[in-house]
Design a protein around this ligand. Structure first.
Ligand code: SAM
Ligand code: FES
Length: 349
């Protein structure tokens, strides 16, 4: 590989915030010193967000799901999953603990569990907002109707995370059962934007059958959507799913993609995900150095954490929230950044 090419590509991506397909493939797939890319992404992130890393308290409130995504450990057809639901009071207790630890964003994530009606979700959201008006509430509960999303927004929900998973129809059909479609996923994302949610999307790196061309399509779709938050993390197999024998996504490619996303979307809130910390003990620190600026520590009650097993060997399932906070703060510090308790809205530039 000609050593001058990579710095030139990084510079072009920095200036133009996009690269054509063949150049992007070189940047993602060729052999070079990754620091060239990581350092430039880190510069951009520091220009906009400084050393700040936003903490989001993650509450995994149900592992029931009507869907059957082939990669996911809590899919409906996994009979080995031990199912749980948190009550409103239990969710509020997580928020109380999180608030005292300094969290100012609560992310309510779960399977698509229709036990929680729109009325239930709205009541949970409004009770959190009443108790903690200085906090943001993020929902991540999958595909619902426009009317449902509207009701959540009116109840006070500020943000919504819904990864598109893959922007290629034929790939989407290989990862999801019949009845789910990329078309509907995208429709939901546009509804969320229209309703004024700070919207997050993203995809798994190294999901079964994924190619570099598919990743280019993901980047293109994100460019069209212009989300406020972009979550990517490696695919990790779960033994009780049809993809149990597939190999996990690659650390290096995930880190390169974090940097590419930072350069394409300088303003974006990009988490360094738990999945990244699962495939490498220092994965989350590496993610921050590659340009990520959010971490999402677990606030769920310790006794349910192992049950929210999307993939095997998920980290941080045994720690108390306070330990989790302390441990992450130290890690963030050691990586050269600063954990902040700010509400951490997206900086639109
Ligand atoms: N039901 C909501 C939804 O579909 O958006 C939220 C929960 S879902 C479990 C959250 C995310 O977990 C998915 O968007 C997917 O990308 C990720 N995920 C699921 N299974 C995974 C796996 N085996 N490895 C890595 N990430 C996974
Ligand atoms: Fe529904 Fe994974 S299949 S959350």
């Amino acid at each position: 590989m000609d050593n001058d090419i990579i710095p030139a590509l990084v510079q072009q991506l920095y200036l133009e915030k996009c690269l054509d397909g063949s150049r992007m493939k070189l940047l993602l797939g060729s052999e070079f010193d990754d620091d060239i890319l990581f350092n430039r992404a880190d510069d951009v992130r520091r220009q906009i967000y400084g050393k700040d890393v936003y903490l989001r308290g993650l509450i995994e409130f149900t592992n029931f799901c009507r869907n059957d995504c082939l990669y996911c450990g809590i899919r409906r057809n996994n009979r080995n999953a031990s199912r749980y639901r948190l009550t409103t009071e239990e969710i509020l207790a997580c928020c109380k603990e999180g608030y005292s630890l300094g969290y100012r964003t609560f992310v309510l994530q779960g399977g698509e569990d229709m036990y929680y009606t729109d009325k239930n979700i709205c009541s949970i959201v409004s009770r959190i907002k009443e108790s903690y008006p200085d906090c943001a509430v993020t929902l991540s509960i999958g595909e619902r109707s426009y009317e449902s999303y509207k009701a959540y927004r009116n109840a006070g929900a500020d943000r919504y995370l819904l990864r598109h998973e893959t922007a290629v129809d034929s790939h989407y059909s290989k990862l999801h059962p019949a009845g789910m479609s990329l078309e509907n996923r995208k429709r939901c994302l546009y509804y969320l934007k229209e309703l004024g949610f700070q919207t997050g999307s993203g995809f798994m790196v190294g999901s079964p059958f994924q190619t570099l061309d598919y990743i280019l399509a993901d980047l293109e779709f994100l460019k069209e959507l212009m989300p406020d938050m972009i979550g990517i993390g490696p695919f990790i197999p779960h033994r009780d799913t049809p993809f149990g024998e597939y190999k996990a996504g690659n650390l290096r490619l995930t880190l390169r993609l974090i940097s590419v996303l930072r350069l394409m979307f300088p303003y974006a809130l990009i988490p360094s995900t738990t999945a990244l910390g699962t495939i490498h003990p220092l994965g989350r620190e590496m993610g921050l150095r590659a340009g990520a600026n959010v971490v999402m520590p677990n606030l769920s009650p310790v006794d349910v954490r192992e049950k929210y097993a999307l993939y095997n060997d998920k980290i941080c399932t045994g720690e108390e929230s306070a330990q989790c906070r302390e441990c992450l703060e130290k890690r963030i510090d050691a990586a050269g950044y600063r954990a902040v308790t700010d509400i951490g809205n997206v900086k639109r530039i």
